[in-house]
Design a protein around this ligand. Structure first.
Ligand code: ZN
Length: 319
């Protein structure tokens, strides 16, 4: 896999998941012309190069296909090409390799193919891959998943919050790394006109943003100690407005709306040279959270004007 790294290149992102992706792909030998004998996983549950590492070290040509090495009919041709004579222990290894492969079946008329091992149909599905990844990968990557994706906020807001949780938003510190000559004020946070703009600063610690978070927690009647990072903030998934369906729905929406509004404000100030006060921002967060929540089933029958007046009262009243 050769990837020319460039920050815009979609292959970069694709290549990054390939390490997680390949273990679930089964290679099915047909004529053996496309599968690499040593390096691909096509026989047993590990690659032959790791299972027979002692032999792999002394073969002279790597990346040969199965048909290069074995031919594709019986008797197998065994073109292994070692670069020196084998020692006794290597000969033992070779014998066990040969006996392990004695039951290989070829279908010379069929091309080699791939099957997705997680489903009996052999066909890939995003859902099966996602479920498998959420078991094997760093769980913190997936923890905000439920909080974010089960939220009833608009999809664009959820997708944006997902980028924030994973640190994939182009804040100034990132732009500075990518385009050092184009970022004029890399250390500048347009909201507080001070500290460097990183994801944790912009969405959590910036005095403007933290003021908004405090307002949100105050509204719910909670005292709040900021977590270490915005990722942690989303992982913790506070239930600020209680455990009722309304409470959970509105709280999720409000957290995501806050992130969304901070980003909108940051971009407005940079690109449109317009700025709002913290009060106006807070009013917008209240308004859009209420609006988006009022469109959900949990708040059916609650007029927007009532919801806007008191979140807490509406959330504790019986659904
Ligand atoms: Zn700031």
């Amino acid at each position: 896999m050769v990837v020319r790294w460039s920050h815009r290149c979609p292959w970069k992102a694709i290549a990054q998941v390939s390490q997680n992706f390949s273990p679930f792909v089964l290679l099915v030998v047909g004529n053996g012309e496309r599968i690499r004998f040593w390096e691909d996983l096509w026989w047993g549950n590990q690659t032959l190069c790791s299972q027979f590492a002692g032999l792999y070290r002394v073969i002279s040509v790597k990346n040969l296909t199965v048909s290069n090495v074995l031919g594709n009919s019986f008797p197998l041709s065994w073109n292994l090409n070692f670069c020196r004579n084998l020692t006794d222990s290597e000969i033992d290894l070779l014998q066990s390799l040969m006996s392990s492969l004695s039951s290989v079946l070829f279908s010379p008329s069929l091309a080699d193919s791939r099957e997705w091992s997680l489903l009996s149909s052999g066909l890939f599905s995003v859902k099966s891959f996602f479920l498998a990844l959420s078991k094997v990968s760093n769980p913190i990557l997936f923890l905000p998943a439920k909080f974010l994706w089960s939220s009833k906020a608009p999809s664009k807001v959820k997708a944006f919050a997902w980028l924030v949780a994973h640190g994939w938003v182009n804040t100034n510190d990132k732009l500075q790394l990518r385009r050092p000559y184009k970022s004029l004020c890399p250390q500048w946070c347009i909201l507080c006109k001070g500290n460097g703009e990183s994801i944790d600063h912009l969405f959590l610690y910036c005095p403007v943003t933290i003021g908004l978070w405090h307002k949100l927690f105050n509204l719910a009647g909670l005292t709040w100690v900021p977590p270490r990072s915005i990722e942690e903030m989303l992982v913790i998934a506070f239930k600020g407005l209680g455990n009722s369906l309304r409470g959970k729905t509105l709280w999720q929406i409000a957290c995501l709306t806050l992130l969304w509004m901070v980003w909108q404000e940051r971009n407005n100030r940079i690109f449109e040279e317009e700025g709002r006060t913290e009060e106006m921002l807070w009013d917008l967060i209240l308004f859009y959270s209420s609006l988006w929540a009022s469109c959900t089933a949990a708040f059916r029958g609650v007029p927007l004007s009532v919801l806007q007046l008191s979140w807490k009262a509406v959330c504790v009243s019986k659904v």
